[in-house]
Design a protein around this ligand. Structure first.
Ligand code: AHR
Length: 500
């Protein structure tokens, strides 16, 4: 019997809703078809946004959405995406399949989408091929309320009121697709560009995000921090509120990543082992950040994470369309628990990507839409949003195959806004269930409600069978005093809501 210890009285930090954030890029069928179908589409929509997709995302309580990229961001010129649609410039999406981008989804449409979703806005600016003036004017266009050329232009385009930009990324992957820069070069550009990301709304300043590292590129983290922190005025913190990190779970190697639905047990453990590397990355990049920022004023923003497989056979290789199985559910559950446990430094994380690209929560085909196992995990974890992390520890054993070892269980526990204690527990074993005795100190439990997502390791939803993987209620729970006992089945993600 494995013990899960929860110190119900010891709060460890606040869980920002943005730890469950999302990312949408002009890539494949994410924006077009997946979210935006246009006002004249036969697919039911509101101002062009698919009603089914918006409703599902609201149910999941999407807290924040990043846009327009990704690599696309550093080639995006925002003025091409405003004004009458028929006059908007068409461009080539060089990164993603060389298709024509007609710019029919631009700033106004993104803001409309976030309004419908009720989520925060995260705009990623263009450093790679854009100018300081272009970035500065975009911020003015979106957020300035007075008389100015950009505010006037916005009003002429039908939106006299400004919008709120919650987060602004100054470039994306500038070590790679965003300009192949060195950390020193980018660090200096960051200082320069961010100066003109003006705060026109003093009560709700824009949270500025500096481009951080890819995976374990500590050289980048160190170089960017060193450059941005040189000769700072007091309290400047390198002129940033956040530093990003990108880490994708690729089961095999970049050239041949592995299939989304066809894999054996060894590949299951290999994938989960690789996903667990996220914790080491947060610790190591965090240690470099501690050198410059011991008080943890700068947030780590994991604004791209998730599985990356070979595309589904027969689909455009530039569109990154992949299926989503119970393996993805576990990848999501593992990462979301890791982010919770590191909420002292990690303040936002955005899974890639929202619809039809990489580890999506939603897949669409014409008017059909399915929710993936990853969607269900986010929906089960939403109770952690705005909750207080509780001190917890679970006894684990090492399982796996060959060199691909993982702990059998991972967890995180919070005190929710609803006053309940929320436990999210992952069983990483393909074959074994485990008996758990959860001990909550100084707590008298009144009721326990459970929801479980469990199935075969490669189970997934399809457009013909959309409900193969779906959460079910879990009531095989005994409780007395401060103890809860249950058995967690193999290959599952469990949420317990504990009334105290
Ligand atoms: O999410 C797909 C791509 O992955 C993004 O455009 C880029 O930032 C990353 O390399």
């Amino acid at each position: 019997m494995a013990k899960l210890y929860v110190n119900s009285k010891h709060q460890m930090g606040h869980l920002n809703p943005e730890l469950q954030g999302h990312f949408s890029e002009h890539l494949g069928r994410c924006i077009y078809e997946g979210i935006y179908v246009g006002e004249n589409s036969e697919i039911p929509n509101t101002n062009g946004m698919r009603n089914d997709v918006v409703a599902a995302l609201k149910e999941m309580q999407i807290p924040v959405l990043r846009w327009p990229g990704g690599c696309f961001a550093d080639e995006y010129h925002w003025k091409d995406g405003i004004g009458p649609k028929e006059t908007r410039k068409k461009m080539i999406n060089t990164h993603w399949g060389g298709v024509v981008e007609d710019n029919s989804f631009g700033t106004h449409e993104f803001m409309e989408l976030c309004k419908q979703l009720g989520c925060k806005t995260y705009i990623n600016g263009n450093v790679g091929s854009g100018t300081v003036q272009e970035m500065s004017e975009w911020v003015e266009y979106m957020t300035f309320d007075g008389v100015s050329p950009m505010a006037d232009m916005r009003a002429k385009n039908g939106h006299p009121d400004s919008w709120k930009v919650d987060y602004f990324g100054v470039g994306n992957e500038n070590w790679g697709c965003g300009g192949n820069m060195t950390p020193e070069y980018y660090g200096n550009l960051y200082r320069h560009y961010q100066t003109y990301v003006r705060n026109y709304k003093p009560d709700s300043p824009i949270f500025k995000i500096c481009c951080g590292a890819n995976v374990a590129d500590y050289f980048w983290t160190k170089g960017v921090l060193e450059t941005t922190h040189k000769n700072n005025p007091p309290g400047a913190h390198g002129f940033m509120d956040g530093l990003s990190l990108h880490y994708y779970t690729v089961p095999l190697v970049w050239e041949k990543k592995g299939q989304a639905t066809e894999f054996d047990e060894e590949l299951w453990y290999r994938t989960l082992n690789k996903t667990l590397f996220m914790e080491e990355l947060i610790n190591n990049h965090g240690a470099y950040m501690d050198e410059y920022d011991p008080e943890k004023k700068i947030a780590m923003v994991v604004d791209e994470w998730g599985t990356w497989y070979d595309v589904e056979p027969g689909t455009n290789p530039g569109f990154l369309y992949q299926q989503n199985t119970m393996r993805d559910a576990l990848v999501a559950g593992i990462n979301l628990n890791i982010f919770n446990k590191h909420c002292d430094r990690v303040k936002m994380a955005n899974i890639a990507q929202l619809v039809n690209v990489l580890q999506s929560v939603i897949l669409t085909e014409g008017e059909k839409m399915i929710l993936t196992p990853t969607y269900h995990v986010f929906n089960m974890f939403k109770y952690h949003q705005d909750a207080e992390l509780l001190d917890s520890y679970i006894e684990t054993e090492e399982i796996g195959m060959g060199e691909w070892k993982v702990p059998n269980l991972t967890e995180s526990v919070s005190l929710g806004k609803d006053g309940k204690i929320h436990v999210t527990l992952n069983n990483l074993s393909v074959t074994d269930s485990y008996d758990i005795d959860a001990v909550f100190t100084e707590t008298e439990i009144k009721a326990v409600e459970g929801t479980i997502l469990t199935n075969k390791m490669d189970a997934h939803n399809t457009f013909d069978n959309p409900d193969i993987v779906r959460p079910e209620s879990f009531d095989k729970v005994e409780f007395a005093g401060g103890n809860v006992k249950f058995t967690i089945p193999a290959c599952s993600v469990l949420h317990l809501a504990i009334e105290v």
